[in-house]
Design a protein around this ligand. Structure first.
Ligand code: SF4
Ligand code: SF4
Length: 343
């Protein structure tokens, strides 16, 4: 596609996406009986093996296309606003384009979280054609090491391809904590992302329960630097992270199971990637009654939770919907030890 055509197409797609985002915001604010976001797993397998990750294996088969299209229809019937493909590595699914088309057919915004390794110019064009709205790549360091190979050095060429060809929104997430060796790398990654015209966010790596691993002093300094950097260029809804970075409990109402759903490869609804097993009900049987119950269920893991997408979704209902039921996915003694480590 000639450059001027690509620019026009980008503008058209951005306008179209913004209009659909406005509809999502209005629906989310006016009515609490539907999920705003769902993450769905088309394949659990990953081509990498990051040391901190508990969300992948090296052998699972892709979820069959028919099965995943049916799950998308069920999410559509629940009136889900954004459906994001996660993994494992979603680009390993041989029918990913049809899955993205399936998300769009069900009137949801379509997102993809990938490690970026399998992106090529042809793949990016196909993602454009399928109607992808958002793509996120997490980059953990500048040079690969034994913790993570999601490195700027390896992925920079892929980022250039995206900058040249993608008509969807690209966000680069850098991470802190979890054994990442050089926290300063997050700044290098963030600057490169913005140089290429992408947005940039910073995440804090959690433990196997989605809970905070308190940041060390050097990490906190980089985190604060990144926050200034973010505010300069665009606004991000992640005020909770400042408390988390200081090892302090965050006062919020987690709406997982209600406004946010995590659908595993077996078609079960879980609270989030780190609380698989709660409520673990088949999506097929998930109804508005489940959404209403989980909306008012307080989760014991909330004070030290670092799962930013669920925090962001829960801002929709910050000033309403008191939580009167309780569930304890993370026992109290565990929370006390996290708090002690943060001091
Ligand atoms: S690339 Fe993502 S899914 Fe794969 S091992 Fe690393 S963090 Fe886990
Ligand atoms: S507070 Fe919510 S999002 Fe965070 S770990 Fe618990 S269930 Fe998951």
């Amino acid at each position: 596609m000639p450059l001027w055509n690509l620019r026009t197409e980008r503008r058209r797609r951005t306008l179209n996406r913004r209009l659909r985002e406005l509809r999502l915001l209005a629906n989310g604010a006016l009515d609490t009986d539907h999920p705003i976001m769902a993450h769905i797993i088309p394949i659990r397998r990953c081509n990498l093996s990051c040391a901190y990750c508990n969300e992948y294996d090296d052998h699972s088969k892709p979820v069959p296309l028919e099965t995943i299209l049916h799950r998308l229809e069920l999410l559509g019937r629940l009136r889900t606003g954004v459906i994001t493909l996660s993994g494992g590595e979603p680009l390993l699914h041989p029918e990913l384009d049809e899955i993205i088309c399936g998300i769009r057919r069900n009137h949801a915004l379509a997102g993809l979280i990938t490690n970026g390794y399998l992106l090529t110019a042809e793949r990016v064009r196909r993602l454009n054609d399928a109607g992808l709205d958002y793509l996120q790549i997490s980059i953990d360091n500048v040079m690969p090491d034994d913790v993570s190979k999601k490195s700027l050095k390896v992925l920079d060429k892929k980022l250039e391809i995206l900058a040249e060809l993608a008509t969807f929104h690209v966000n680069i997430n850098s991470v802190l904590g979890g054994g990442i060796r050089n926290p300063e790398d997050a700044l290098v990654v963030g600057k490169r992302a913005m140089e290429l015209g992408f947005t940039s966010t910073v995440g804090i790596i959690h433990d196997g329960d989605g809970q905070l691993r308190p940041l060390a002093k050097g990490e906190r300094e980089v985190f604060l630097e990144m926050k200034k950097f973010e505010k300069k260029h665009f606004s991000r809804i992640n005020y909770f992270q400042e408390k988390i970075a200081n090892g302090e409990p965050s006062d919020w109402r987690c709406r997982a199971g209600s406004r946010y759903l995590y659908i595993c490869e077996n078609g079960l609804v879980h609270y989030c990637s780190q609380q698989r097993g709660f409520p673990a009900k088949p999506l097929e049987d998930y109804t508005i009654q489940d959404i209403r119950r989980e909306y008012v269920t307080q989760k014991s893991c909330a004070p030290f939770c670092t799962i930013s997408c669920v925090h962001q979704i829960s801002y929709f209902d910050f000033f309403r919907g008191e939580q009167t039921l309780t569930v304890e996915p993370v026992p109290e003694e565990r929370l006390v030890s996290i708090q002690a480590a943060g001091r």
